[in-house]
Design a binder for this molecule. Structure first.
Ligand code: NIG
Ligand code: FE
Length: 411
């Protein structure tokens, strides 16, 4: 099957020599081709270039993109989109002045979602999550990482991971799964949380590994949640089963989470509101992708990660939605690009790199996704008629995605 997309007003983020990630000042670079064509063969990008160089040939399908742009699909490297119910009541508590921390201490927050996930059937969780996947496809996402973490018992964590496996089998999205056994401390383990850590190590990790359910392992390593010592124990156990870490760190405090991520060669460490010079230097010597979650910082009204300083120091930065019912009830990556520009003073090019190639790296798919390059998987979207690519972050709230192609097929 050969498809031609022709008369593309601007083909955005093309790469001739594909890189796995973009760092520091290179994040402001983004190559485009004006008045372009794109050829897709089966599920891959076969060729692209200016229309003036398109040779006479036949195609099974042709799409005329006059006035429209083509972007590589977003890679959303951090979500918790398998969940039951919603938590708008806590959101009102927050408006009235309770902090995320205070809500968590009262048994709300993650524990509230855990109770609902434990009670929900696997089918219900699957149906709800599949509807969310369909929604994020419409907003331009082509790859998504999904975490467990609202189970909090071995049974419920495994149930969540099985749901993610079924999503992988049935959705056109590229999906990676992460075991987040240590997301919160159940009430009955308060004051003896090392026993809960034992449960993660002795049951959740081996059981998830036995069924091949987890690509990665995550821990909420932060003040008030799991300590660096807890985290190290769990990451070592995960490593014995080949699970690379992607951890939640430094959302509440300079908790040592970033250093711990680097020590265990995590693929990413995420949140990073509390990142100082020491953490930046530590990340510079690593292969760990610093990942910022602008939706959560916006929704919880938190201080912002020092993204400009991180890029000035030469670090790469990825951004993801953190789609979850508590701190970021949206998986719209176009909004993330806007938040990146407004709240972190990123240029549109930097924000696009952060949400495609770098977030692709943060979920281990940037070798095949995250840019328009020959041989990469054909995941891209055609925009509505837009004047410039800067219009993408500028016109926030409006869906600029008109048509979506995943694995070379229109969906
Ligand atoms: O990434 N920070 C920890 N976990 C989630 C929040 C989950 C929730 O509140 O339900 C996050 O923001
Ligand atoms: Fe998260």
């Amino acid at each position: 099957m050969r498809t031609l997309i022709k008369n593309i007003k601007e083909l955005v983020q093309v790469e001739r020599q594909p890189k796995l990630r973009v760092c520091g000042k290179d994040m402001a670079q983004m190559e485009t081709v004006k008045n372009a064509y794109l050829i897709v063969e089966d599920d891959k990008i076969a060729a692209f270039g200016p229309m003036s160089e398109l040779k006479e040939q036949s195609f099974d399908k042709e799409v005329d993109a006059t006035g429209r742009m083509v972007f590589p699909s977003f890679c959303d490297s951090h979500t918790h989109l398998v969940y039951a119910g919603s938590r708008e009541i806590e959101y009102i508590d927050k408006i009235r002045g309770l902090s995320y921390d205070e809500i968590a201490k009262r048994g709300g927050g993650i524990l509230n979602s855990a109770k609902r996930v434990q009670e929900a059937s696997e089918q219900q969780l699957y149906d709800d999550a599949m509807a969310r996947l369909e929604q994020i496809i419409r907003f331009g996402t082509g790859a998504v990482e999904i975490k467990s973490g609202y189970g909090m018992t071995p049974e419920a964590e495994l149930k969540m991971l099985r749901v993610i496996r079924r999503l992988k089998e049935n959705s056109p999205l590229t999906i990676k799964s992460t075991l987040l056994g240590a997301h919160g401390i159940p009430m009955e383990y308060r004051g003896r949380q090392e026993k809960f850590v034992d449960l993660v190590i002795d049951q959740m990790i081996p059981q998830a590994a036995a069924e091949g359910l987890a690509d990665y392992i995550d821990v909420f390593c932060d003040a008030g949640f799991f300590t660096v010592e807890d985290t190290e124990r769990m990451l070592e156990a995960g490593a014995r089963y080949g699970m690379r870490p992607k951890i939640h760190a430094n959302e509440m405090a300079c908790s040592g989470g970033i250093q711990c991520a680097v020590k265990y060669n995590a693929l990413s460490c995420d949140h990073l509101e509390y990142t100082g010079e020491e953490e930046i230097q530590c990340l510079l010597s690593s292969e760990t992708m610093p990942t910022v979650l602008p939706g959560a910082a916006f929704f919880l009204n938190m201080q912002h990660a020092p993204v400009r300083r991180m890029m000035e120091a030469g670090l790469p930065v990825a951004m993801a939605s953190d789609y979850n019912p508590g701190s970021s009830p949206s998986g719209n990556m176009q909004l993330i690009v806007t938040f990146a520009c407004v709240n972190y003073r990123m240029l549109p090019e930097e924000a696009i790199n952060a949400t495609t190639i770098n977030s692709g790296y943060a979920m281990g798919v940037s070798d095949v996704l995250g840019s328009i390059a020959v041989g990469k998987r054909a995941n891209f979207y055609i925009t509505t008629p837009i004047p410039t690519y800067e219009y993408l972050p500028y016109a926030y709230g409006e869906n600029k995605v008109a048509r979506t192609f995943l694995n070379g097929k229109e969906v």
